[in-house]
Design a protein around this ligand. Structure first.
Ligand SMILES: Cc1cc2nc3c(=O)[nH]c(=O)nc-3n(C[C@H](O)[C@H](O)[C@H](O)COP(=O)(O)O)c2cc1C
Length: 365
């Protein structure tokens, strides 16, 4: 056996209209967008969870393309680091990202993942790939493996990529590659099917970094009217809602303003949380699809504070979408949008981690 293959990691398809394909694969089939590169006419979507396996969509309308369609097999890091030599010993030329002969793996820094390319006897392009545990660095593009340790943040590295990795490190790496470390609950204050606020949250779920999962809770309208008399025997919908809040590390609200206040459905949902302990101390990020709705935002901040939630202002973002498309996939494929939201989510998750370490007081700014 040349290299022990763990699983098929990537598949790629040619598409004739990338936004339409994204609407199909991301919106309809529910695959989260891992990254999109409009200038290259390519988008990557996770399948089976961030870092687990990937689908590449290549727009045939925007040649030249840097990389042809290919298959990628995931392999253990230690095998990837050895595979250049083993490929060479078997008479197979290892290739870099540009298809040039190479003597070492490359790192696709946006993922980040280490990879070595090669060809089968029919000239099909193949790849061995290993997801890395380091923070993504989309700004770096593709870099040689030997330069990566100096470029990724040294303090955040969990493994060194050498044969000296301990079993524990490897186990930790596997666990973290396959599972997001932070789960956030997105709650939209709008029940409209074409809601810009709901689209904003869905798009946030699509562009979230692999370590962050955003689950958008879309059952606000199913909650009964709040009635304190029901606190002793909570309706099933309320129990389910409280469970979602309890199992999330933080809440992201995105709400319209109605008549200078919060929509009734959102206030109703918040009232159902007052009698429980699920929301106490909960970190909160505010998204806002309209720059106008300042009364609703201020009201929401006041309510969250009163309920002992912690608004992380520096993570909150206004993304004006009034009169714009409420299509989450097309929003997610806009690099400026994706960067704005990813930045907010990263700040939010760092703040959550800091709060967990008791390094921060409530309602930091
Ligand atoms: C009944 C109603 C009242 C509204 N009141 C306000 C308001 O006071 N201030 C404001 O900026 N927008 C107001 N709007 C506009 C909505 O906030 C705006 O259309 C929002 O983007 C809708 O969000 P959605 O797309 O997520 O449903 C109101 C809309 C409705 C339907």
């Amino acid at each position: 056996m040349l290299v022990p293959i763990q699983t098929l990691f990537e598949a790629h398809l040619h598409v004739s209209n990338l936004p339409r394909a994204l609407a199909f694969y991301a919106e309809l089939l529910g695959l989260p967008v891992a990254a999109s590169f409009p200038e290259r006419g390519v988008a990557f979507l996770w399948a089976g969870g961030p870092g687990k396996s990937m689908l590449g969509l290549w727009d045939i309308g925007t040649p030249p393309q840097r990389l042809e369609l290919h298959l990628a097999f995931s392999v253990a890091l230690e095998d990837l680091l050895k595979c250049v030599e083993t490929l060479q010993q078997s008479g197979i030329q290892p290739l870099d990202f540009n298809g040039e002969p190479t003597d070492g793996p490359v790192v696709l820094a946006w993922m980040p993942a280490a990879a070595v390319y090669f060809r089968d006897p029919d000239n099909n392009l193949l790849e061995f790939i290993t997801m890395l545990h380091d923070p993504p660095r989309p700004d770096l593009g593709v870099v040689p493996w030997k330069e990566w340790p100096h470029m990724s943040r040294p303090n955040d590295r969990v493994h060194t990529g050498t044969a000296m990795d301990s079993e524990m490190d490897l186990g930790r790496r596997k666990q973290s590659v396959n599972a997001p470390q932070i789960r956030l609950l997105g709650i939209s204050g709008s029940l409209r099917a074409a809601s810009t606020n709901t689209a904003l949250l869905r798009a946030a779920a699509l562009v979230a970094p692999p370590s962050i999962e955003v689950a958008v809770w879309e059952k606000l309208g199913s909650l009964p009217h709040f009635n304190p008399e029901l606190e002793g025997d909570l309706p099933a919908e309320v129990r389910e809602f409280r469970q979602h809040v309890a199992s999330s590390s933080g809440i992201i609200f995105s709400t319209p303003e109605y008549a200078h206040g919060l929509p009734g459905v959102l206030k109703n949902a918040l009232d159902w949380l007052v009698g429980g302990s699920e929301f106490i101390g909960k970190p909160v990020m505010l998204l806002n699809a309209s720059a106008r709705g300042t009364f609703a935002q201020e009201s929401l901040i006041e309510i969250v504070k009163t309920m002992s939630g912690r608004v992380v202002h520096k993570a909150s973002r206004i993304v004006p979408l009034l009169g714009k498309s409420a299509n989450a996939a097309s929003l997610a494929s806009d690099p400026t949008f994706a960067e704005t939201i990813r930045d907010g989510l990263t700040i939010f998750s760092n703040a959550i981690a800091a709060m967990a370490d008791h390094e921060q007081g409530p309602d930091e700014g």
